[in-house]
Write a protein that binds this ligand. Structure first.
Ligand code: FEO
Ligand code: CA
Ligand code: CA
Ligand code: CA
Length: 634
């Protein structure tokens, strides 16, 4: 009874909407009026934004001189292309580090193209569709922690006649392609980074791995199941998208589209409104997990989906440690977790909920960080806020408390979306990664796109009319917004904001869809997604967008990675990925001479043989990029 996937070519959001259709916006006149007035307003937004770009130029010059770069970027922009490979600027080179199915343990077997492995071999190998990643060092050893977000089902099961799962082992192989891969890396004699296959630090974290549920929601009735009547322990993590890392050396993995793995044997089963808000339904997205484990049957275990959708904290240097789901940081489709320290030592974590019209959040710990102390419970308790962006370029973090929401503290952490709706937070154009500038008190969020802006409400029925921070109706291009917390303190309740970039196509459009002034024919892109600052304060932007290279997207080529100078506003294309991939996940070697870049789902529509070429299967992987002269790269 292989589940019928709606359409493997659709994005997660599109599958969600197919299963749970949103009502069309009815007040069409109001939408048009808003769109028109926003177009006028945009001029004001951009004027404000460009004005603020000029602030800090002196500091930029000093920084640029200090790090020895001839200019802020240190590379010449490359052209867009549609090649089935990675392209980097002249003076740079790249090397394959690890790809889907590669062995991580001494008893692992090599990847088998014909069978694509088994559940058992996949559990001992690098997972599929790598996304967020971090690097950690301790006692001279270097460890990478990398999310394996989901699996390319048509490739994983492509050796079956209909490219769908047929056996329980197929389903479990798919399961084991998810989770997190942690392994030691080292340079070989040629200077190339390799996995240390037999390292005792290597670990796969899978959808079956034991975890603790911690924080304000732990033990709540909504988290109790037959298998765990205490509501404090659970199994596994899946659909781990972006990441974060803490100053105390732990890895944060972020559970995003957790809903797509639940189903009910009876497809007529109706889930509760609370689960529907998160896209849980009686149909999964083709993974079949309920066929091998009843906990994914939402009719039998309606509380199981409440145990996913969290930030999970992992000690990357202790393979025997139990990962902790941190309910204090709320439950939604977590993109990444960008950590900053407030001047008073509180840990601040910015969190996006990646779905059309959902929200941007902030967690502020109750405790304070101590370099010499024990910080292991800093994410255990804190205050949760949701962003309100006002049209006058000011904003505020609205507290989610029993007083403001009418919900208990535990309910706020489980039904976080509902809590945010109740306080009137700003519906956003799909918040993907947040990046915190290490050189200045400001943070950036990639708002990847939102074709429903001004057209349909979000999953909670909230109005999604255009607003200043999400200014374009039917936004196919996306934008990057930034905010500057009051008093240069990330724990402040107020902030100023502006738009760093509106992606667009100035060759095709001459209105707001042309993009902001820092977008031109040479650096066009759409759907910013992954985003991180390097140590010099350059903002690296990765895309997961339309790679048709036609019509609205003509001239943009494959998905790519760019760098932005947040002071001048200039954006340059640095890397182009292979066909039908997403570029996602970036981190740097401790000496800053290697940049690790993730390539996810190359050939997701069947048109890539990256990285091995010939007739080989396309495989997601991590690639090391270096300067040929061995110089610094971020
Ligand atoms: Fe997994 Fe929102 O990207
Ligand atoms: Ca993403
Ligand atoms: Ca995306
Ligand atoms: Ca993608």
């Amino acid at each position: 009874m292989s589940a019928d996937l709606p359409n493997d070519d659709l994005s997660f959001d599109e599958i969600d909407e197919l299963i749970s259709p949103r009502a069309e916006e009815t007040d069409f006149d109001r939408v048009v009026e808003t769109a028109l007035s926003r177009r006028g307003f945009l001029g004001g937004v951009m004027t404000f934004g460009l004005g603020s770009f000029l602030v800090g130029t002196t500091a930029l010059t000093r920084d640029a001189l200090a790090d020895g770069h001839a200019d802020r970027f240190g590379f010449a922009q490359i052209a867009a292309n549609t090649d089935d490979t990675i392209t980097v600027p002249e003076g740079f080179e790249w090397q394959q580090v690890v790809t889907w199915g590669d062995p991580l343990f001494a008893d692992s077997t090599s990847f088998d193209e014909a069978t694509r492995g088994t559940a058992a071999t996949q559990a001992r190998a690098f997972g599929d569709n790598n996304d967020g990643m971090s690097i950690f060092t301790k006692d001279g050893r270097t460890v990478m922690a990398i999310n394996n977000e989901y699996t390319n089902r048509k490739v994983l099961w492509g050796n079956n006649p209909d490219a769908k799962w047929a056996t329980a082992d197929d389903v479990k192989k798919g399961m084991n392609a998810h989770g997190v891969s942690i392994f030691e890396v080292a340079r070989d004699d040629a200077g190339n980074w390799q996995v240390v296959v037999d390292s005792g630090l290597n670990r796969r974290i899978l959808p079956e791995t034991d975890m603790d549920l911690t924080g304000p929601a732990a033990g709540h009735d909504l988290l109790k199941t037959h298998a765990d009547p205490t509501g404090t322990t659970t199994k596994g993590t899946w659909n781990n998208c972006g990441n974060g890392e803490t100053p105390w050396g732990t890895y944060l993995t972020c559970e995003e589209n957790f809903n797509g793995y639940f189903s009910a044997a009876d497809e007529a089963h109706e889930v509760s409104a609370e689960l529907a808000r998160y896209g849980v339904s009686s149909k999964d997205w083709g993974y079949g997990w309920a066929s091998v484990d009843d906990r994914f049957d939402v009719a039998k275990n309606p509380n199981e989906p409440n145990r996913a959708g969290y930030i999970v904290e992992i000690d990357p240097f202790d393979p025997t440690s139990t990962p902790k789901k941190r309910t204090a940081l709320g439950r939604f489709k977590h993109e990444n977790a960008a950590v900053a320290l407030a001047p008073n030592g509180k840990a601040v974590v910015y969190l996006g909920d990646d779905e059309r019209g959902e929200f941007l959040y902030k967690f502020v710990s109750h405790g304070t960080y101590s370099a010499a102390g024990n910080n292991s419970d800093l994410l255990e308790s804190g205050d949760l806020f949701v962003a309100k962006f006002h049209d006058d370029m000011r904003g505020e973090w609205l507290a989610l408390t029993p007083e403001t929401t009418g919900m208990s503290d535990a309910e706020i952490r489980i039904h976080t979306r509902q809590a945010a709706s109740s306080v009137g937070a700003t519906t956003m154009d799909r918040p993907e990664w947040v990046a915190v500038n290490p050189t200045k008190a400001e943070a950036y969020v990639a708002l990847t796109n939102n074709k429903n802006r001004g057209k349909k409400p979000n999953a909670g029925g909230d109005d999604t009319s255009a607003n200043a921070v999400n200014p374009r109706v039917e936004n196919h291009y996306g934008q990057i917004a930034r905010w500057m917390p009051d008093d240069e303190d990330h724990s402040s309740h107020g902030f100023s904001w502006n738009l760093f970039a509106l992606a667009g196509n100035p060759d095709v459009h001459d209105d707001a869809y042309a993009g902001s002034e820092n977008i031109n024919a040479g650096n066009m892109f759409n759907s910013p997604d992954g985003m991180a600052f390097d140590s010099t304060g350059l903002l690296w932007i990765q895309t997961d967008g339309n790679y048709s290279n036609e019509e609205d997207f003509a001239g943009m080529g494959n998905n790519q990675m760019l760098a932005g100078d947040t002071v001048t506003g200039e954006i340059r294309r640095f890397l182009v990925g292979p066909k039908e991939c997403e570029v996602t996940g970036v981190c740097w070697s401790p000496d800053r001479r290697t940049m690790f870049v993730g390539i996810q789902h190359p050939g997701e529509r069947g048109n890539s043989h990256f990285p091995d070429g010939g007739k080989s299967l396309p495989r997601s992987g991590v690639f090391a990029v270096r300067r040929v002269d061995g110089g610094l790269i971020g």
